[in-house]
Ligand binder design. Structure first.
Ligand code: GLN
Length: 229
């Protein structure tokens, strides 16, 4: 059991509270990573480095055993099809609707959007976030790019920005009134575009935090799951 282990995330996340009280009051959450496509291993590793137990999810029974779910990037049209093939689409949609915390990155953000622009004709999303997302939004010239971002809710990101990697990424075109905009592109052609959002316990980024070694977004999600209890 990992609960007694002193993991580095606990020391940082504890803030003003003592490490001891943090360990006593916060049981280790088990968080799933949708394992149909994308950076599954990287997300599991990042969650584990933040003190959670990370498990791949491919079956409804595995989904039922987690207290949060990460939806990795990849190709949203493919993930949409695979969700149906694995009989996971409806259970996952229902779980998110009934409050399962979720964190989507890139294609994962697309899947969590209630509304989609630029999808294929038959493409569906799970929904969960009251947002409109534009798929492949940044255009051909800037298909993939990297930039530094201040992300609300991410510790110290004012002083130490999040290095964000975008790969054929979506952006958020519209947000409903209960959605918090956590980050916008700060410079260049896409300046002002929304690239990180949160509504209740659902978090989404246009970029890929699992590939930079910066654990702060995963830590935020682990905290969301832990606080939900
Ligand atoms: N362009 C992809 C899509 O539409 C997303 C890319 C990614 O997840 N890196 O699903």
């Amino acid at each position: 059991m990992r609960a007694a282990a002193v993991w580095p995330g606990a020391v940082r996340a504890a803030g003003a509270r003592s490490l001891e009280s943090r360990l006593v009051t916060s049981p280790t959450p088990t968080i799933g990573v949708l394992a149909l496509q994308g950076d599954v291993r990287e997300h599991v590793g990042a969650l584990e480095a933040c003190g959670a137990v990370g498990v791949p999810v491919r079956r409804p029974a595995e989904l039922a055993a987690v207290s949060g779910i990460v939806i990795p990037g990849g190709e949203s049209t493919t993930i949409d099809k695979l969700l149906r093939a694995f009989d996971l689409f409806e259970p996952l949609r229902a779980a998110i609707r009934s409050g399962l915390p979720a964190f989507g990155s890139c294609a994962g953000m697309i899947l969590l959007a209630d509304r989609l622009t630029g999808g294929t004709a038959d493409q569906q999303t799970l929904g969960g976030l009251d947002i409109t997302v534009r798929r492949n939004a940044f255009g051909r010239q800037v298909d993939s790019f990297e930039t530094d971002l201040v992300v609300e809710g991410v510790e110290d990101s004012g002083a130490q920005p999040v290095h964000a990697v975008f790969i054929r990424a979506p952006w958020v075109e519209e947000v409903g009134q209960d959605v918090r905009v956590l980050a916008r592109v700060e410079a260049g052609e896409a300046a002002g575009r929304i690239v990180a959002v949160r509504e209740r316990d659902v978090l989404a980024t246009s970029f890929h935090p699992e590939i930079t070694g910066d654990l702060r977004l995963h830590r935020l999600f682990v905290q969301i799951v832990t606080e939900r209890g």
